[in-house]
Design a binder for this molecule. Structure first.
Ligand code: F6R
Length: 607
């Protein structure tokens, strides 16, 4: 949801700001803008490339801020693009988040005769800061204004009166400071900063940084000093580059085998059929007493959670409930949930709905655990304990390798909990052995991408698609549907295959494509029957099954894709891959902007 960058240093700010926006573009790409002290402000509707083209020669200065937008208030026009200024054009700011009470503040200024040039909440905040900055230094004006607003923000503010200074503040939207040798960098996340420095400081909610070429200081919004340790970034620069792939999505899918290796690295204990999850070690005594688990997440991560639910019920015998975070946060918990653990899954670690669900769970006494990819992210810090995915940066908006790594982590947690509660050593050993096989099996799956591309090309013109699966494969069906719809704009729905007869089957006709996940597992016969039912209504069928079983399905399906055989509880890790590839190749055939699909953003920090 919007990307922010800032630069103060000895060199020209413009190249860092433009490259930084490109690196953050996955967070939003409706419009972009830049403000450089001494050079001025420039904005464009559309992608960062439009802004880059528009930057004139001589647009230089040693301090500046920039923004790439995912629209919340106001259409994605040039007028609504950031940076926004107050009416005297003294204060300039970029903002990620939402000012909820902006209308009240706006009417105060409208009464005073101020004219606003945009429909945004951010311009109102600029006006408010500007009104205090007439008599206060910038940081005090920002602090005072923020004391009056309700909502969320990651902010970077500059003033014409104090041109070499940036004031950055955070509440609910991520913001970090990169500390270089001759410059300071501000960014929504680490990607723009990696090339320049590895030393960073993450702002926490309610904190503000005042940055000049001479140094930086961190304060509370009440301007009390905060001492903060800096951290060292571990991701390498190569990880955020396309390395010859046409799209990040393809590159990230091709990284799945290595991702699984990284997620498993050092965590398997084959001799005792268990796992070692360092991030959970301190909570093990508490975990041993847990009677119920709630898994929460959004979108794809929530589908990973549904597979986690099955894994934990099957191997640990613990009742698990999965609820999407945007609903969970408004549900009633009982006053004391000390026997319940909440597992929050988030690639970015910044998803606001998930974060709020965690806070609500904490208020009710739950132990909160995170399965998070981005190290140091808000959810990683907000949860009591957790497990990092180690999937590396995921840039494409559609989650692929991170989703797979979430499944791997969930399987390991299920084994860990199970070994405390009835899962035998031999079954644990078998599962650990199966986990170790996954990277090679995933590689084998990816080697078949040519076949999947052919199938995708054949169906690329489709209007609608169902994805069906049972038990382990039901959440995979949900995941297949979301992937297809988000990047190829094909209407798609995922169902438990048994649900078809309760309504969805009414839509089946000769133009309707149904992708059925039918590996040779304990659900196979029932799923096969659902294929027959769909076939009988004239629908087109693409079946995904395990190697060796293709001949049985070729009789009733139009196309058959095979995946290597594996333990049925771990098969979702493999059956997801062809669905990701299918969505990718359909979108490619339709010539769509795969890494940055319309209306979406990678990190969703608004409600
Ligand atoms: C779909 C997708 C989204 C995310 C969801 C949660 O491909 O990527 O549905 O899974 O927005 O994001 P995180 O995992 O960052 O909390």
């Amino acid at each position: 949801m919007c990307g922010i960058v800032g630069y103060v240093g000895k060199r020209d700010a413009t190249p860092f700001l433009l490259d930084g926006l490109t690196a953050l573009e996955y967070r939003g790409y409706d419009s972009a803008g830049i403000y450089v002290a001494g050079a001025g402000c420039l904005k464009r509707a559309g992608k960062v490339a439009e802004l880059r083209k528009a930057v004139p020669k001589g647009f230089h200065g040693t301090a500046g801020i920039a923004h790439t937008r995912w629209a919340t208030h106001g259409a994605p026009t040039e007028a609504n693009a950031h940076p926004h200024a107050d009416s005297t054009e003294t204060v300039w700011l970029v903002h990620n988040g939402i000012i909820e009470n902006y209308n009240d503040i706006k009417s105060r200024f409208l009464k005073k005769g101020v004219t606003f040039r945009s429909d945004t909440d951010t311009e109102v905040l600029a006006e408010l800061i500007g009104s205090y900055h007439t008599s206060l230094p910038l940081e005090k004006a920002v602090a005072k204004a923020l004391g009056e607003v309700r909502g969320t923000y990651g902010l970077a503010v500059m003033s014409v009166k104090e041109p070499g200074k940036i004031v950055a503040a955070r509440l609910g939207s991520p913001l970090m400071l990169g500390i270089g040798t001759d410059a300071y960098y501000i960014a929504s996340d680490a990607t723009p900063v990696l090339k320049h420095t590895r030393e960073v400081a993450y702002l926490d909610d309610g904190e503000m940084a005042v940055v000049t070429e001479a140094g930086y200081s961190i304060h509370t919004l009440g301007l009390e000093p905060v001492s903060k340790k800096t951290e060292t970034l571990e991701w390498d620069v190569e990880a955020i580059q396309k390395k010859g792939f046409e799209h990040f999505m393809l590159k990230e899918m091709m990284e799945i085998p290595e991702t699984i290796e990284n997620t498993l690295r050092g965590r398997l204990l084959p001799d005792i059929g268990s796992v070692n999850l360092g991030g959970l070690r301190d909570t093990l005594p508490q975990l041993a007493k847990i009677k119920r688990i709630i898994i929460t997440a959004c979108g794809s991560a929530s589908y990973a959670g549904r597979i986690g639910e099955l894994l934990m019920e099957e191997f640990a015998g613990i009742p698990v409930e999965v609820e999407i975070a945007s609903e969970l946060r408004y549900r009633r918990h009982t006053a004391n949930e000390r026997d319940t653990a909440l597992i929050a899954i988030s690639q970015s670690g910044e998803t606001l709905d998930t974060l709020e669900a965690i806070k609500e769970a904490k208020r009710h006494g739950m132990l909160t655990l995170g399965i998070v990819n981005v190290v140091g992210s808000t959810i990683a810090r907000e949860t009591d304990a957790g497990v990092y995915n180690h999937a590396g940066p995921e840039i494409s908006v559609a989650s692929t390798k991170a989703f797979i790594s979430q499944l791997v982590v969930l399987a390991m947690i299920a084994i860990l909990l199970g070994r405390n509660d009835g899962l035998s050593a031999s079954e644990g050993m078998r599962l650990v052995k199966e986990l170790k096989r996954l990277p090679a099996l995933a590689r084998k799956m990816l080697d078949k991408r040519g076949e999947i591309e052919k199938v995708a090309k054949k169906y690329a013109g489709m209007r609608d698609a169902y994805f069906l699966g049972r038990k382990w494969q039901c959440p995979v069906a949900y995941e297949g549907a979301i992937k297809l719809k988000e990047i190829s704009y094909v209407h798609a729905e995922g169902y438990g295959a048994g649900e078809m007869k309760h309504g969805p089957i009414a839509l089946i006709d000769k133009d309707f494509v149904t992708v059925v996940l039918a590996p040779k597992d304990s659900m196979y016969e029932k799923t096969r029957a659902n294929i027959e039912e769909t076939r009988a209504r004239g629908g087109k069928i693409i079946a995904v099954t395990t190697e060796g079983n293709e001949s049985d399905l070729e009789k009733i399906a139009d196309d058959v894709i095979t995946v290597p055989a594996a333990h049925e509880a771990l098969l979702p890790i493999l059956t997801t891959i062809p669905l990701q590839l299918f969505a990718y190749y359909v979108a490619k055939e339709r010539e769509l902007p795969i890494d940055q699909p319309r209306n979406l953003a990678k990190s969703v920090t608004v409600e």
